[in-house]
Design a protein around this ligand. Structure first.
Ligand code: ADP
Ligand code: MG
Length: 466
């Protein structure tokens, strides 16, 4: 039986895609799409934003078109069309721009509402945003890609993509950075913005109550295109401010203004917030940022090192990335300390200098208590060779590479001597070991595949073994 409506076809396609992509991907990119119209050779699919349309077109098209092929016989091209959610027919017809009349209302109100000077973080269309915290300066990795994608979506379609957007993560993982990046993008597009830390919000609210100026407070906070509120966990225990926040939030949300909130813990753990506030926070899209993996830490360090104008070898950055694990702010702070140290001492930046500069914040690699046997196991497993083959003189390419990487890692991870490494590997000569270590060390700089292989093995060494 063939399906003959756009909705029918697309719903069937969604059903298939739901089984093929991860749940967060499905929720983020596919859930709010709909079949709009079906033509002889084209299916038009509505998406909530340009960003989603682009994502589906560029990153998921082959998956989608395969699913379409399986649902209908014969080939159908899929075209994506933006249909802003909650927008009237007219807005949908004019596309995703912000000409739906809302702007007029804001302008009319804003005309006689210049921010008062005693609201330092609330500067109408010129909020205080850190100029460095942009999307361009944000390195994307597995740990933050969803949060990044959601932030971009919201910044490009404020009030339309996901509302509110709730971003949570441990300290130093990029919440404030993303929040500011959203702010930059919205204000570059001419949107008016309120950026506030929750502490400032609280202080202003209390001050407004004391000074009898809650009317102005309300007005100011409710007429922005977007409210960006950092570190909502500071509302815990502040009942009066929660009340103020709740009403502000509702007013903004009801008029489709974007609200973005960050928190150092998930909504469910904001236990002292009133239920009604919590359920509001969870009512949009909730995304988290995890600690960055080794590869992402390296990419971030590389970006910051290059921006510093100082020369950092890959080896030095790896030394850093392996020892500072959790927190990007720590990575950055230590990099800056090393640079300052290098400036003062007029030395090149070497591992030795790094050790001296940041001795107290280094977690020695030996904390991980990796054994030589673990290294051999990991290398053999990674290259899919027999562990015993490492001890032989077999020279097929895969075995030879695995053996050299094993030598390199025994040296790097355990600081074993060349002779000891030779012994561990079934009695190889120390010159063989020296050759292997230096060969791998220099190839790592040039060969990104090998670099990734070695990184992956190192990462696997840090995973707890069960
Ligand atoms: P949080 O608000 O989560 O505590 P921040 O946003 O202040 O963390 O980030 C801490 C530091 O790390 C900032 O200097 C920020 O620019 C940097 N940072 C965090 N994530 C990234 C990233 N993905 N790419 C580049 N820099 C990052
Ligand atoms: Mg922060």
């Amino acid at each position: 039986m063939t399906i003959t409506t756009a909705k029918g076809v697309w719903d069937a396609v969604l059903g298939r895609l739901q089984l093929e992509v991860t749940r967060p991907s499905y929720e983020t990119w596919l859930r709010n799409t709909s079949g709009l119209s079906l033509h002889e050779d084209e299916l038009v699919v509505g998406t909530p934003s340009t960003f989603v349309a682009e994502m589906l077109e560029h990153r998921m098209y082959s998956l989608i078109s395969q699913a379409v092929d399986r649902v209908v016989d014969g080939r159908l091209e899929v075209r994506f069309q933006v249909v802003p959610q909650g927008a009237g027919v007219q807005a949908a017809a004019t596309g995703p721009d912000r000409s739906d009349g809302k702007q007029g209302g804001v302008d009319a109100e804003a005309g006689h509402d210049r921010p008062a000077p005693d609201f330092p973080t609330v500067l109408g269309s010129r909020p205080i945003l850190n100029p460095v915290y942009t999307f361009e300066g944000f390195v994307i990795g597995k740990s933050n890609e969803l949060a990044h994608a959601a932030a971009v979506a919201v910044a490009e379609n404020p009030g339309r993509a996901y509302n509110p957007l709730f971003i949570y993560a441990d300290v130093g993982l990029g919440k404030t950075h993303l929040l500011h990046a959203i702010g930059h993008r919205i204000s570059a597009a001419g949107g008016s913005l309120l950026y506030s830390t929750t502490e400032d919000f609280t202080n202003e609210y209390i001050k407004a109550i004391r000074g009898g100026t809650t009317e102005e407070f309300r007005h100011r906070y409710r007429t922005a295109d977007a409210l960006l509120l950092d570190d909502i966990q500071f509302l815990i225990g502040k009942e009066q401010t929660q009340e103020g926040f709740f009403h502000t939030f509702n007013a903004l949300h009801m008029s489709n203004r974007q609200v973005v909130i960050t928190s150092d813990r998930p909504v469910t753990q904001l236990s002292l917030l009133e239920d009604r506030v919590r359920s509001r926070l969870a009512g949009g899209l909730v995304v988290d940022i995890q600690s960055p993996d080794l590869e992402t830490r390296l990419a971030i360090l590389r970006a910051k090192a290059d921006a510093s104008g100082y020369q950092f070898t890959q080896g030095v950055l790896e030394f850093f990335a392996e020892r500072i694990h959790k927190n990007i702010r720590d990575l950055e702070g230590n990099l800056n300390r090393v640079i300052a140290y290098a400036q003062l001492s007029r030395e090149h930046i070497s591992i030795d200098l790094v050790k001296r500069a940041i001795a107290d914040s280094l977690h020695p690699a030996s904390h991980r208590r990796v054994s030589d046997q673990q290294i051999l196991d990991s290398v053999a497993a990674y290259f899919d060779v027999e562990r015993e083959a490492l001890f032989t003189r077999r020279r097929d390419k895969q075995t030879a590479l695995a053996r050299q990487v094993a030598m390199y890692l025994l040296r790097e991870e355990l600081h074993l001597g060349f002779t000891a490494i030779g012994r561990t590997l079934g009695g190889k000569d120390h010159t063989t070991v020296i050759h292997a270590c230096s060969r791998i060390a220099s190839r790592i700089d040039a060969d990104s595949h090998l670099r990734r292989d070695v990184l992956n093995i190192r990462e696997s060494l840090t995973q707890p073994t069960v």
